[in-house]
Design a protein. Structure first.
Length: 169
């Protein structure tokens, strides 16, 4: 995407954070921590136990300035919305495929009914142990042109249609 089409952001002067955190509650805490740490490969910034009654792990996305916190849920079951997603915008299909390789090797579940937006753009979607989507998109949002079926003439991408992938793909 060239600079003339690149969106410009005017951040409000009254809101200049040094860091931003996103937080998820997890009913499958131990498996979810292992998934993001050992399979996805996110770096752990810190962990806490019984901090104001909560256990949690904080991951860098990709650094300490933006991070993801996973907190042990006190509920047994919790519905997860299909739009609860962690999206990694990666430069090109080779980068997206490489990011998905450890998940494929670990037998991570693929999203059985991915949103057509992602499917039509060659993204791959896996489910974490809580059922949240982890999306590997083959373009960098706001920097590179967004792929679509019109540019490629088809929605068939090697990573997105890999029949050997767990749970269909």
């Amino acid at each position: 995407m060239n600079d003339e089409h690149r969106p410009t952001l005017e951040w409000p002067n009254h809101l200049l954070p040094g860091a931003v955190r996103f937080s998820y509650s997890s009913t499958n805490y131990d498996a979810t921590i292992g998934f993001y740490r050992d399979v996805v490969g996110l770096p752990v910034i810190t962990e806490f136990t019984d901090s104001f009654g909560e256990d949690g792990t904080i991951f860098g996305l990709p650094s300490i300035e933006v991070h993801l916190e996973i907190v042990r849920s006190s509920k047994r079951d919790r519905d997860v919305d299909a739009l609860d997603q962690l999206v990694f915008y990666l430069s090109g299909s080779a980068a997206a495929s490489a990011a998905g390789a450890p998940l494929r090797a670990a037998g991570a579940r693929r999203d059985p009914s991915p949103h057509p937006y992602w499917s039509s753009r060659g993204a791959t979607i896996y489910l974490d142990p809580d059922g949240r989507r982890v999306v590997f998109a083959p373009w960098v949002f706001g920097v590179e042109a967004e792929p679509n079926e019109h540019l490629h003439g088809s929605t068939s991408f090697p990573e997105a249609t890999d029949s050997a992938a767990p749970n269909g793909g």
